[in-house]
Design a protein around this ligand. Structure first.
Ligand code: RI2
Length: 309
C-alpha cells in the first residue's frame, strides 16, 4: 500500500489499534522503499524521511507508531547507496512486523496464566493483545466469561464481541456507563495500551481510567497487555503524551450540533490511568509492575538518552 493510502486509513481509523497501526506503518515504509525510483541516496533518504513524517502525523497518541517508524528508519543514515538504504529498510520492517506478531503471541501466553478457571473478565475497547490473553485462556480449556463495553463513540466494542463470539466465549455486552453496576461480578480487568509512560501510567481508550478506578474500589485486579514498543521513550526527557481529540461529529451529528450554538462537543480519544490503578503490565518480556516502565524503555527499546539531546 502506498504511504498516503496507509496514512489516510490510519487517520480515519480504517486501520486502528496501536499494534496494527505500527505494523501498517512499517509495511508502508517497506513498500515505499521498494517503489521509490530515485537515483541518489540523498533524494532517497529525503523521500523516506518525508514518508515517515506523514505516517507519524496521522494519529498523535499511540506511541507504537513513532516507535515502529523509528525502528524501521534507524540506520538509514549509515547507508551510502540507495540499494543499501533500501535493503536496510526492507529488512528492519520485516523484523519489526515479525517481532510484533511474536510479541502478541507471547503476551497471550503470559496473560492467559493470570486467568483462572471460572473467571469473569472485563475488557474495554478492542485490544488485539488483551483479547489474545482471553482467547488463549479459553483455548487452554478454562471456563471463562467476559464483560465487554460498547466503547463510545467509535463502538470498538462491536469488534470485540464479534471476536469473542467467534471464539465461542460467553460474553456480556454492556454500555460504558454500566461498568460499575457489574464490577462485583468481575474477577479481572484486562485492557490494552496505546502508550505507557516512564512513570508507569497507561494511556488507553477513553474510559479506561474510569474502569480502572472502579476496579480499584472493588478490589479487582487490572492487567494491561502491552508490547514493549508501546512504551514511550520520550517521556524520559519530560515529553507528555498528546491525547488525540477527534471530531465532535463522532459523538453528536453535525446537524444536531448546528442547532445548539452554546454546546461544544469534546471528544478525547484516550485517557491516562495512573500506575497506582494498574497491578501488572504484561509485555512479551514478561509481566512487570507499572513502576518498572523505565527498565523496559532502557533495556528493550534500546534507545540511549543522548539520542534525544
Ligand atoms: P492493540 C486502540 O486505540 C485502543 O485504545 C486499544 O486499547 C489500543 O489501541 C491497543 O490496541 P484505537 O486505535 O494494539 O481504537 O492492543 O483508537 O490492538
Amino acid at each position: 500500500m502506498i504511504v498516503s493510502e496507509t496514512a489516510e486509513k490510519i487517520k480515519n481509523m480504517e486501520i486502528r489499534g496501536a499494534g496494527r497501526i505500527a505494523r501498517a506503518a512499517a509495511e508502508a515504509l517497506r513498500d515505499h522503499a521498494l517503489a521509490l525510483k530515485t537515483p541518489t541516496y540523498d533524494a532517497f533518504r529525503q523521500r523516506m524521511e518525508n514518508a515517515a513524517d506523514i505516517l507519524i502525523a496521522t494519529r498523535p497518541t499511540a506511541v507504537s507508531l513513532p516507535n515502529a517508524v523509528h525502528i524501521v528508519m534507524n540506520g538509514i543514515g549509515e547507508a551510502s547507496t540507495v540499494d543499501e538504504a533500501r535493503r536496510g529498510i526492507v529488512e528492519r520492517a520485516g523484523q519489526f512486523t515479525q517481532s510484533s506478531q511474536h510479541a502478541v503471541e507471547k503476551i497471550a501466553q503470559f496473560g492467559a496464566r493470570h486467568i483462572r478457571d471460572g473467571d469473569t473478565i472485563l475488557t474495554h475497547c478492542n485490544s488485539e493483545v488483551a483479547l489474545g490473553c482471553i482467547i488463549e485462556a479459553h483455548r487452554s480449556g478454562k471456563h471463562i466469561e467476559v464483560f465487554a463495553t460498547e466503547v463510545r463513540p467509535r463502538n470498538q466494542g462491536h469488534i470485540t464481541i464479534k471476536t469473542l463470539s467467534d471464539a465461542g466465549i460467553k460474553t456480556n455486552f454492556i454500555v460504558d456507563s454500566a461498568v460499575r453496576s457489574f464490577i462485583n461480578d468481575v474477577d479481572l480487568v484486562i485492557v490494552g495500551a496505546d502508550a505507557v509512560t516512564v512513570n508507569g501510567a497507561v494511556v488507553n481508550k477513553i474510559g479506561t481510567s474510569q474502569v480502572a478506578h472502579t476496579a480499584a474500589e472493588a478490589r479487582v485486579n487490572v492487567l494491561v497487555a502491552a508490547e514493549t514498543y508501546k512504551f514511550a521513550p520520550r517521556t524520559v526527557i519530560g515529553e507528555l503524551i498528546q491525547i488525540e481529540e477527534r471530531p465532535g461529529s463522532e459523538v453528536l451529528p453535525d446537524e444536531i450540533a448546528r442547532t445548539l450554538p452554546h454546546v461544544t462537543v469534546r471528544n478525547p480519544a484516550f485517557d491516562v490511568t495512573p500506575a497506582e490503578f494498574i497491578d501488572l503490565i504484561i509485555t512479551e518480556q514478561g509481566a512487570i509492575p507499572p513502576q518498572m516502565a523505565w527498565i523496559i524503555i532502557r533495556e528493550y527499546l534500546g534507545w540511549d538518552i543522548t539520542e534525544f539531546q
